[in-house]
Design a protein around this ligand. Structure first.
Ligand SMILES: Nc1nc2c(ncn2[C@@H]2O[C@H](COP(=O)(O)OP(=O)(O)OP(=O)(O)O)[C@@H](O)[C@H]2O)c(=O)[nH]1
Ligand SMILES: [Mg+2]
Length: 334
């Protein structure tokens, strides 16, 4: 298994622009051809690609230097030099880029970013073909390429998600994610629609939080039933577990206890995480009565929601935000 690495120090450098070319046209019978030196190619940039499947900064620990190529010089006959190749750094969503020398935050990369150009390559110089004037038909100069830039970075991966959804298959986990974030997970009325975790970002008062939707858990999952609980590792690093109880399910009154048992069998640490409970599908028939019975049985606060009518969603997001922030401030005190 790959080690989970959440901090790395790297050096990045963009490429220098290629020099413009000084050259003159040479053709039969035209002894003094005009200037035809082409432009230098731009230097390559340093580009971050944000990929969900990367998950850790492990590779940045192995490969500490990310240097883009220089642009190629221009050539005669008006040919431009080739652009230098970009240096690509692949990181998971939730990666923060800091200037290692000043510790200033440069960028917080979320899953809504696909690519982020941090250092642009130097521009290529212009060839002498651009510099002929009426007074100087024979320009013997061209521009040099501009230099690239260099930066030392501290790269940090924040928790993969703030909120992890836990529930039986068909509870409506993916639907909730699709309603409160821009994520487009597969949704269907059969169990185990979700086979791999999905991440989305929700926004409350201009702050962003990551929600993770994972495959459904069933009774016996800790012994391998259904899809097993292997994927619970993806919510090990979330701040809050959001248990989702499906009021449509006949056994809705037992779901919470069953989920708890599976979770505890998998990991004591996970079972102790801060959590909240929602009753989903509050738009269906008899949902008010079912909600009341559930609340009575569990004796804890349960937030009623419907992803169809959006009932309770705003309140839920505010509660998740408050809880996430209070967990973060406790972590800082520790
Ligand atoms: N009436 C109603 N139906 C809902 C609601 N939320 C989800 N559903 C339906 O419930 C079914 C299952 O929804 P999913 O979001 O795929 O459930 P899931 O928990 O992600 O399921 P798995 O990926 O299999 O674990 C779909 O048919 C949804 O349309 C809701 O608030 N109200
Ligand atoms: Mg799903």
């Amino acid at each position: 298994m790959q080690h989970f690495v959440d901090e790395a120090f790297i050096k990045i450098r963009s490429g220098k622009g290629g020099a413009g070319c000084v050259s003159f046209r040479r053709e039969k019978f035209i002894p003094y051809g005009g200037p035809d030196g082409g432009d230098g190619g731009d230097g390559g940039s340093v580009v971050f690609h944000i990929k969900q499947n990367v998950r850790t900064l492990y590779k940045l620990k192995l490969h500490r230097d990310f240097f883009a190529d220089n642009g190629h010089p221009g050539m005669g006959t008006q040919k431009s030099g080739k652009k230098g190749a970009d240096a690509i750094v692949e990181v998971p969503p939730g990666t923060l880029l800091y200037d290692a020398d000043t510790n200033e935050l440069i960028k917080d990369l979320t899953i809504d970013d696909e690519e982020f150009v941090l250092l642009k390559g130097g521009k290529g110089g212009r060839g002498n073909m651009h510099f002929a004037t009426s007074t100087n038909q024979v320009p013997r100069y061209a521009q040099p390429g501009l230099p690239g830039q260099e930066l030392n970075l501290r790269v940090e991966l924040k928790l993969i998600a703030d909120v992890g959804l836990v529930g039986f298959p068909n509870a409506g986990k993916s639907t909730l994610l699709s309603v409160v974030t821009k994520a487009k997970p597969k949704i269907a009325n059969y169990p185990f629609t979700t086979l791999v975790p999905n991440l989305g970002v929700f926004e409350v008062d201009n702050e962003h939080f990551v929600m993770a939707d994972i495959p459904g858990i069933i009774e016996g999952a800790s012994h391998g039933a259904g899809l097993g609980i292997e994927f619970l590792k993806h919510i090990e690093r979330t701040k809050i577990l959001l248990f989702m109880i499906n009021l449509e399910d006949e056994e809705y009154l037992d779901q919470y206890d069953k989920l708890r048992v599976e979770l505890k069998t998998y990991s004591k640490h996970l079972a102790k995480k801060p959590f909240m409970v929602v009753a989903s599908k509050m738009d269906i028939e008899d949902s008010d009565e079912k909600y009341r019975l559930l609340q009575e049985k569990l004796g804890i606060d349960i937030i009623p929601i419907s992803s169809v009518t959006h009932k309770g969603l705003e309140k839920l997001l505010y509660l998740l935000k408050d809880k996430t922030k209070s967990i973060e401030s406790n972590e800082r005190i520790k």
